[in-house]
Design a binder for this molecule. Structure first.
Ligand SMILES: Cc1cc2nc3c(=O)[nH]c(=O)nc-3n(C[C@H](O)[C@H](O)[C@H](O)COP(=O)(O)OP(=O)(O)OC[C@H]3O[C@@H](n4cnc5c(N)ncnc54)[C@H](O)[C@@H]3O)c2cc1C
Length: 252
């Protein structure tokens, strides 16, 4: 089956563009959503990321990758930044970038870790910490009649849940299940005690009703992604149905 092309030609995706911050939305104590207006943005697919480049007055530059958190919408690109203690770029983006300020940005990047609206078959999303960001873009791109999704989202404690209210609203719909896994502290009265992600939190390869196996998207810190992918393989999921994206070293 032919795949829909990734938006933008190669040279368009490699070009650095001016991006102006138009809105900041706090998500948790340590995460903020930035809405950027990007000159001539070629569009993107849920799951893709961009490169953001900061330049200091002395010419020093630092570049980091950030996933898009919302589906394509004209020249707007939404990112959600989790502040990493002592992190060079995340602390500046989370705390220092003000509405009206500009950064340089290029992309979109990535053609495998994407969910294309209209793609057939059920979907299992597995997020650790800020790994929820590209998976949220997939959830937000769903429309009525899309295949069923299950999100399994691992956080240290309840206050760490990014997009909390929106996820609660999504969980109230019939065809998306949202399961929170708290690794250090669960909310009072929670049915699931705090603890690391286990196979019983996920889905077997036969999916919901013994039907089509889901395509799995796993995103988060490297250690989390590796252990979640091992659990999925242990549950019988074929390796080529498990798509992974690694953000960095540590995690929930
Ligand atoms: C494809 C891709 C998509 C990404 N999407 C997002 C996103 O949507 N939102 C987001 O917040 N981040 C995302 N990241 C992570 C991001 O690129 C940076 O690595 C992160 O913001 C830290 O950068 P920094 O400059 O603040 O930290 P640095 O100055 O590079 O590192 C400071 C310290 O933090 C450690 N560290 C670095 N990265 C992480 C991390 N991710 N978690 C924990 N510790 C870390 C380093 O080992 C070092 O000790 C993504 C990464 C990749 C590869």
């Amino acid at each position: 089956m032919a795949r829909a092309a990734v938006p933008g030609g190669l040279s368009a995706r490699r070009a650095w563009r001016d991006a102006t911050l138009v809105e900041r939305r706090p998500e948790t104590d340590s995460a903020v959503t930035l809405v950027l207006d990007v000159d001539g943005w070629p569009g993107h697919l849920p799951g893709q990321h961009v490169d953001v480049r900061l330049t200091a007055p002395d010419g020093y530059t630092a570049t980091r990758s950030y996933s898009v958190s919302a589906p394509e919408h004209g020249d707007r690109v939404e990112l959600t930044i989790q502040r990493v203690p002592d992190g060079e770029v995340s602390t500046f983006l989370a705390d220092g970038l003000a509405v009206g300020d500009a950064v340089r940005l290029r992309g979109p990047v990535g053609g495998w870790f994407v969910w294309r609206p209209g793609q057939a078959g059920p979907v299992l999303l597995v997020a650790g910490g800020s790994g929820i960001v590209p998976l949220m873009a997939m959830l937000r791109a769903r429309v009525a009649g899309s295949p069923p999704f299950r999100l399994v989202y691992s956080v240290r404690e309840p206050d760490d849940v990014i997009y909390r209210d929106e996820l609660a609203a999504i969980a109230a719909t019939d065809d998306v299940e949202v399961r929170l896994v708290h690794t250090r502290r669960a909310p009072e009265g929670a049915a699931r005690p705090a603890g690391r992600l286990q196979g019983t939190d996920l889905l077997t390869a036969t999916g919901w009703d013994g039907g089509d196996p889901p395509t799995c998207y796993v995103c988060g810190p490297t250690g989390f992604v590796e252990s979640a992918a091992d659990l999925l393989v242990g549950l019988g999921h074929a390796a080529d149905r498990i798509r992974t994206e690694r953000f960095g070293p540590s995690g929930p």
